[in-house]
Design a protein around this ligand. Structure first.
Ligand code: SF4
Length: 253
């Protein structure tokens, strides 16, 4: 079975590692269930900071009020177009998103010198003949790479260090532009409500064999997808899985 999109990406690898059956529903069958409000908020936050960085690159960054307007209008219009599963009410989610953005504008944005934003990169991995794609949130003028996360609770350092996402981005960056020394980091904004926004920065220092391990992981995932291996990994989070209803009644063929 060929890769359903013709390439592999971090989100595909993450989904397959979480549960191959979930991958089957999402990518092989292409089922698109309603997104939950946490994912939706993350998308709207990214839309707002993309606009901020784009305007900063062109020399006229928006102020706090203008950035909030970008977030609010993106949020409101997307609410009309998207099917969203609101586990937390819409108004609270909107307020939390605006609070994340305000924190970003006051405490993170001033120090950033953006060079590229939402940069899509792809490269063929010669060892396995597979195309790897990724979209990098931010590349700064010193070539540092940053990925922004919005979430409800703090990240552990093992979560940040064990994710292959940054290794993928660095691999794609080096393959596209040549190898450079650059920092890699996650900026994690987290809060359960708008009243108390917190922030973590995780600087990732890849191990010497990080790329080798990444290519092994990708090779393993692609081999399983090609082979039609889509078993279920039942876990305590199944009840939050967007395919939970489907999963119990249907087995991948
Ligand atoms: S409900 Fe659990 S086992 Fe079923 S697809 Fe989702 S994560 Fe996998």
């Amino acid at each position: 079975m060929p890769l359903p999109r013709g390439y592999i990406s971090h989100s595909q690898i993450r989904t397959y590692k979480e549960c191959p059956k979930k991958y089957y529903f999402a990518y092989i069958e292409g089922i698109q269930p309603p997104i939950n409000e946490k994912v939706f908020l993350g998308e709207m936050f990214h839309a707002a900071i993309e606009e901020y960085f784009g305007r900063k690159i062109s020399g006229s960054p928006p102020n706090e009020e203008e950035a909030a307007d970008v977030f609010s209008s993106a949020f409101d219009s997307a609410c009309l177009e998207r099917e969203i599963h609101w586990q937390t009410p819409r108004r609270e989610t909107r307020e939390r998103g605006l609070a994340f953005l305000q924190y970003f504008m006051r405490h993170i944005a001033p120090a950033i010198q953006p060079l590229m934003v939402e940069k899509e990169l792809s490269a063929e991995i010669p060892e396995i003949g597979v195309i790897l794609k990724g979209v990098i949130d931010l590349v700064e003028e010193d070539f540092s790479i940053t990925d922004f996360k919005t979430t409800t609770s703090r990240w552990s350092s093992s979560r940040a260090n064990n994710s292959p996402q940054m290794i993928i981005y660095k691999y794609l960056f080096d393959r596209s532009f040549g190898s450079v020394q650059a920092s890699l980091k996650y900026e994690v904004l987290y809060a359960k409500n708008a009243g108390h926004i917190r922030h973590q920065t995780f600087v990732i220092v890849p191990a010497a064999d990080a790329v080798e391990k990444l290519l092994q992981l990708i090779g393993h995932v692609v081999e399983n997808i090609n082979g039609g291996v889509f078993y279920a990994i039942a876990n305590p989070y199944c009840r939050y899985c967007e395919f939970h209803g489907l999963c119990r009644g249907k087995k991948p063929e």
